[in-house]
Design a protein around this ligand. Structure first.
Ligand code: A3P
Length: 312
């Protein structure tokens, strides 16, 4: 598999001094380890109809969505003082299809745990997910904040200080579509078009909307994944407790997320958990973008997404 991936078109990120490369497969750029796992999943994964997929492009709020979905699903087993989320980072509570296939398959054999994450674009999802009519939750986020978040995450992964990783170059590459699981707009469009055809199995959540109104979005999420809150739970403040436990303020201050490491055994992609919890600030892009960048990215989004009802 490694040999095969190395034959795909390669892009070495100049702004990361070539320390990271993306490979192009089925029109999207991906990191080697995640692409190998994605192809393996395409070849062998058998979805269960009860599986629920949490799908996203990287840096759009995946970790938050995973924490919320996990807390919703396990609320009868644990409360805010016993939840595994207090000791395990959310991305390890829910396996990623293209990296943790064995764990997903173990869950199939040994439990009825339905949640699976993936960054794969819709067009690259294993066939069985689509033929089994599995539910899909898709989270997306304002492109400008994604560009900044993506810049910092990959820069930290490459262990480069900001002065050695020019933001302008990172910006240009992102806008050329060369980002992790990019082009970002095509990632969104794939799921958006699928939702038009199958609205009953695809839920779209927008990061900024969840920030503005977490309660109704958490309710929508719980209903959609088949674990709706009862009136008694609502009255008892269960939704608010989940929102509080999964908040950036709470999760980012936990020992595990401050000092732990994600995928620690895989030296190429190991990264400190804290890099998944950077700032979580809407509009942080204003600290990075020049007027020209704003104009360019607005034009790009207008060109690529004007036929949709999506506002990025
Ligand atoms: P910033 O880099 O803008 O801070 P992903 O989980 O898809 O990798 O996305 C990471 C982004 O989500 C980061 O954005 C991170 O700070 C933010 N994030 C992480 N946990 C969050 C939470 N509990 N609530 C809101 N945002 C969160």
């Amino acid at each position: 598999m490694e040999k095969m991936v190395k034959t795909f078109p390669q892009h070495k990120c100049n702004w990361l001094k070539g320390r990271f490369a993306f490979y192009k497969y089925q029109e999207f750029w991906n990191i080697q380890e995640f692409l190998e796992g994605g192809i393996l999943a395409q070849q062998s994964f058998k979805a269960r109809p009860s599986d629920v997929f949490l799908c996203s492009a990287p840096k759009t709020g995946t970790t938050w969505l995973k924490a919320l979905a996990f807390a919703i699903l396990t609320r009868h087993q644990y409360d805010e003082s016993t939840s595994p989320l207090l000791k395990t980072m959310p991305n390890e509570c829910i396996p990623l299809l293209e990296k943790d296939l064995e764990q997903v398959e173990d869950n199939h054999k040994n439990s009825c745990f339905p949640l699976v994450g993936t960054h794969l674009p819709y067009s690259s999802l294993p066939e069985s997910i689509l033929t089994s009519n599995c539910k899909i939750v898709y989270i997306y986020r304002n492109i400008k904040d994604v560009i900044v978040s993506h810049y910092h995450f990959l820069r930290e992964a490459a262990k480069l200080p900001m002065e050695d990783a020019p933001f302008e170059e990172a910006f240009d590459e992102f806008c050329e579509g060369k980002s992790w699981c990019g082009p970002y707009w095509d990632h969104i469009l794939g799921y958006w078009k699928a939702r038009l055809e199958r609205p009953e199995i695809i839920l779209f959540l927008k990061y900024e909307d969840m920030r503005k109104d977490p309660t109704s979005n958490v309710k929508r999420l719980a209903e959609f994944i088949g674990y709706p809150f009862t009136i008694e739970e609502e009255k008892a403040g269960v939704i608010e407790s989940i929102i509080k436990m999964c908040s950036f303020e709470n999760l980012s201050n936990l020992e595990v997320n401050k000092y732990g490491k994600h995928r620690a055994k895989e030296s190429n992609i190991a990264i400190e958990n804290r890099h998944f919890f950077r700032k979580a600030k809407d509009g942080d892009w204003e600290n990075y973008f020049t007027n020209e960048m704003i104009e360019n990215v607005d034009k790009l989004i207008d060109q690529k997404l004007s036929a949709t009802d999506l506002v990025l």
